[in-house]
Design a protein around this ligand. Structure first.
Ligand code: HEC
Length: 436
């Protein structure tokens, strides 16, 4: 009794403190608004641009967000909810800590933008005046003229409707010659059902038999013994746009290569089809530098074996020695459901610490290729270090097994992986300043 009364008193006090803080904050904003005679924020004035930049790529008709935030009516019907998810930074979903490292493709609201939304809500969500030449928001994610559009060979009919469905597909590129790619893009065919996807490259043409196979098919193991030309050409999750490389550089893909897609479909209660598309963009002009992939894999783990027993929360440490000066373009950590947190940094021979990425709250459902804002130079002799934490206990709500089971390495999402995929160039003077 005493305990619960005390607890209430405490939560009342903190609620009061929260309110004071909020009204003080509002007052300050208001006062500062008065000082510079700024008008109150309105939907068309200040709010719509923020939502357009950070929300409507998913929250649009046919988008992956559960509702549209496309019109004033849409937005005011979700007013307080928007205030809540932005203040708690639940939305827009962006997993990497922006204080550790900022990225070119990041969607993170600034504190000013969050405060602006709060102020607008407190003012009663005024509409304001629509600007004359407001751009209409693009509803379809039309792409800028890809050189090769590769749809899945046939559309896939989702069968197991009550369950998550993981499938492999093969798309022959029929490329007549070795080619350099300047960008890669994945366009989900069925936006509601395609949860995420990974694009790989096979140059042997021996994996074609995997087309349409479920991850649960025992025959899959045989295909997985064939080494891939590129294990991670591209990782797509909702909200991802294309990955692109600096001018004069390109990612090689060989003549006649096949794309291998691993697509995760969400459960559905109705008959659904999907025919997703991969768009390839060819490098224009001379390619003088090759985009390479450096993958830290399970074999780079120092504390082997990579095996996660039930009810354990192990941390795995990876360590990789960089042999020449390199310039990093992008970085993509990869774990499955029981991944918990991931941090990567480099230690240079002069003992400088270069932060690469930090994800405190890993979520299998939100994976992205993180593109560095400027290329990041790692001098020869640097060591890339990773600390990846896993949680295979029943306390982990993401655990696919109840009760937890031992989990080892594998491609299937109920197996585990621990990778760090980096796109890089051999370093050239001035790379740090390239803006593209
Ligand atoms: C990358 C895609 C994406 C972006 C960008 C995005 N959302 Fe979402 N949002 C989702 C998805 C998917 C869900 C449903 C799943 C969930 O709640 O996690 C969601 C859920 C929500 C919810 C409901 C939360 C709940 O608890 O049910 C609100 C409100 C919301 N988003 C607002 C926003 C706002 C405001 C922005 C921009 C500041 C934004 N979202 C940006 C994809 C996105």
């Amino acid at each position: 009794m005493f305990y619960s009364a005390n607890k209430n008193a405490k939560s009342n006090a903190s609620a009061l403190a929260g309110m004071l803080k909020f009204s003080l904050h509002t007052a300050l904003l208001f006062v500062s608004g008065l000082c510079v005679a700024q008008p109150k924020p309105t939907y068309y004035g200040e709010i719509q641009p923020v939502l357009e930049k950070n929300c409507t790529s998913c929250h649009k008709p046919g988008g992956i967000g559960p509702f549209s935030l496309f019109t004033y009516a849409d937005v005011i019907s979700k007013g307080t909810f928007i205030g809540h998810v932005t203040q708690t930074r639940y939305m827009p979903p962006w997993k990497a800590d922006p204080d550790f490292r900022t990225f070119r493709n990041q969607t993170v609201l600034s504190q000013t933008e969050i405060d602006l939304i709060q102020l607008w809500l407190a003012e009663g969500m005024p509409k304001g005046k629509r600007k004359k030449n407001t751009k209409t928001i693009e509803v379809s994610e039309s792409s800028l003229n890809p050189d090769l559009t590769l749809p899945m060979v046939s559309s896939y009919q989702l069968t197991d409707q009550a369950k998550e469905d993981y499938r492999f597909f093969v798309i022959p590129t029929n490329l007549p010659a070795n080619t350099y790619l300047s960008a890669v893009e994945f366009i989900p065919g069925n936006r509601k059902q395609v949860h995420h996807s990974r694009v790989m490259v096979d140059s042997t043409q021996r994996i074609r038999g995997i087309d349409g196979m479920s991850e649960l098919d025992p025959g899959i193991k045989e295909f997985q013994t064939i080494p891939l030309a590129d294990e991670f050409l591209y990782g797509w999750a909702p909200g991802n746009t294309k990955i692109f490389f600096p001018p004069g550089t390109g990612k090689p893909i060989s003549k006649g290569a096949d794309l291998i897609l691993n697509i995760h479909y969400s459960p559905t209660s109705s008959a659904q089809k999907d025919q997703s598309v991969v768009n390839l963009y060819f490098a224009k002009g001379t390619v003088s530098r090759e985009v390479k992939t450096l993958t830290l894999k399970e074999s780079d783990i120092r504390n082997q074996p990579f095996f996660i027993e039930a009810e354990r929360k192990p941390t795995f440490y990876m360590d990789y020695l960089v042999n020449s000066d390199i310039s990093l373009i992008s970085i993509m950590p990869h774990m499955h459901f029981i991944g918990k947190s991931f941090i990567a940094y480099a230690i240079t021979p002069k003992n400088e610490n270069i932060p690469l990425i930090k994800i405190d709250d890993w979520n299998f459902n939100w994976q992205t290729t993180y593109q560095f804002k400027n290329l990041v130079k790692l001098p020869a002799g640097s060591r890339i270090r990773v600390e990846a934490k896993f949680d295979n206990t029943s306390e982990n709500p993401m655990n696919p097994n109840s009760p937890p089971k031992d989990i080892g390495y594998g491609w299937n999402s109920t197996d585990e992986m621990c990778d760090l995929v980096i796109y890089y160039l051999e370093y050239e003077e001035g790379d740090e300043n390239i803006d593209y």
